[in-house]
Design a protein around this ligand. Structure first.
Ligand SMILES: [Zn+2]
Length: 167
């Protein structure tokens, strides 16, 4: 049987996911820990790292570039830290494990869905359907394939809307 591994996002740690409450292997990347600004929470997490309950790993460059390509397709706006975390999850999958990303971040959940990596939400109910961002003009309805700020036709400010990709 494949071994499950939790890939921890900053939102999971801030949202109250407690690394001490599970026997399942847990991994994350250092930039995620650096986003935890609360001192008490940070020291709790540092302890979990020292006890080797949470392993700090580096994603492979190959996985990082795969994620960057996927993001171009979905149009999600995702931070460098999030890219690293998704890449780590992909590495786990390629090593024959069953990664599950613990996150409340919709952008991460969406890209993970495209990669076929399940997510577990801590606070929010979780995303139900995969979608891709589309840019549309709220005034004249014109759709844009590429990110743009203003409508070429009427000059209105464009809006990003989710378009379903099916589930
Ligand atoms: Zn328009």
């Amino acid at each position: 049987m494949k071994k499950k591994v939790y890939v921890l996002d900053t939102s999971a740690l801030i949202g109250g996911f407690s690394p001490a409450t599970t026997e399942i292997e847990q991994v994350t990347i250092e930039p995620v820990l650096n986003e935890v600004k609360d001192e008490i929470l940070r020291s709790k997490i540092d302890t979990a790292v020292l006890m080797k309950r949470v392993k700090l790993l580096n994603p492979s460059l190959r996985a990082v570039s795969t994620i960057q390509r996927k993001i171009k397709r979905t149009g999600d706006s995702i931070s460098k830290t999030d890219v690293g975390l998704l890449a780590l999850a992909l590495d786990m999958k390629r090593r024959g494990k069953l990664p599950e990303i613990v996150t409340d971040d919709y952008g991460i959940q969406n890209v993970a869905g495209v990669l076929g990596i399940p997510c577990r939400a801590v606070l929010t109910p979780g995303i139900k359907k995969l979608f891709r961002w589309r840019v549309v003009c709220p005034a004249c309805g014109r759709k844009y394939r590429r990110p743009a700020i203003r409508c070429e036709v009427c000059g209105s400010k464009l809006r990003r809307v989710p378009e379903n990709l099916g589930s």
